[in-house]
Design a protein around this ligand. Structure first.
Ligand SMILES: [Zn+2]
Length: 263
């Protein structure tokens, strides 16, 4: 699933293709907005907020999209063939570029003044201009019984962290994902670490949290179940966190990240 760094780069790619240009085509292929037409309107900007994308269009309109599990925005010169089949949910084009929203998880068209109804619940965005580490820590610790692993993935606490950055952040912090947040002294330090990792990768096409982009060396724990910890040599563990059907993968090193509850 795309995490904050990928969504941030997607916003910049969309911005380079669409910002400041007048739309000559808009094709919403979702029933709710089948008749919506943005043709003739200028795109003002596209910004990311956590995993959400907001494309603001003149006339107080915002196109809200979310990549969810497998969505992407494919940008190509105007007039090129659009991906076939029913995978395209939204097409926006100007005279130079076209942007095809493929398998998007969400498509909404709202008043710009009403964006908060879609994204107002989100916690601070580590890649946003209004990042507030103290506020992120406050939200992460709201329920002291919640595990830090679950709290980090809750977008109401911190917007943009997914399973990759959750696992890597907690490894670097030396904290077991299963520890309740109420037992952790430096939650603010964990939020700051998550921000540092996302920030370091926001301009990179190849994600690496170790500083080494080589395959198999690029992540400390994520995707490395059963292999040796790059720091201590113990086997990396893999599990699932969260209630069904929302459970999501977690990877950790039992030696570097102690404090797992018994049983
Ligand atoms: Zn280790």
């Amino acid at each position: 699933m795309p995490e904050g760094d990928v969504v941030y780069r997607t916003a910049r790619r969309l911005g380079r293709a669409l910002d400041g240009r007048v739309l000559v085509r808009s094709d919403f292929r979702v029933p709710r907005y089948a008749t919506a037409d943005l043709t003739g309107r200028r795109v003002l900007e596209t910004v990311s907020r956590g995993k959400h994308l907001l494309t603001r269009v003149e006339g107080d309109l915002t196109v809200h999209t979310h990549l969810r599990m497998e969505g992407s925005w494919q940008i190509s010169p105007a007039g090129r063939r659009v991906p076939p089949g029913d995978v395209v949910r939204l097409l926006l084009a100007n005279t130079e570029w076209q942007a095809a929203g493929v398998r998007l998880g969400m498509v909404d068209l709202v008043a710009t003044a009403g964006e908060h109804r879609l994204i107002g619940h989100l916690g601070p965005d580590p890649l946003g201009p209004d990042w507030d580490v103290a506020e992120a820590a406050r939200r992460l610790t709201r329920d002291p019984r919640a595990t830090i692993g679950e709290a980090l993935l809750d977008q109401r606490n911190l917007a943009g962290v997914g399973t990759v950055y959750r696992a890597e952040t907690l490894f670097l912090a030396g904290v077991s994902p299963w520890r309740p947040v109420g037992e952790i002294e430096d939650v603010e330090g964990i939020a700051a670490l998550a921000r540092r990792l996302l920030h370091a990768n926001r301009d990179r096409a190849t994600r690496a949290t170790t500083g080494d982009p080589r395959p198999g060396r690029d992540m400390w724990v994520y995707g490395r179940a059963g292999r040796s910890c790059l720091r201590c040599g113990h086997r990396i563990s893999r599990g699932e966190m969260g209630a069904q059907p929302q459970e999501r993968l977690i990877f950790w090193c039992r030696h570097c990240q102690p404090g797992e509850p018994a049983g």
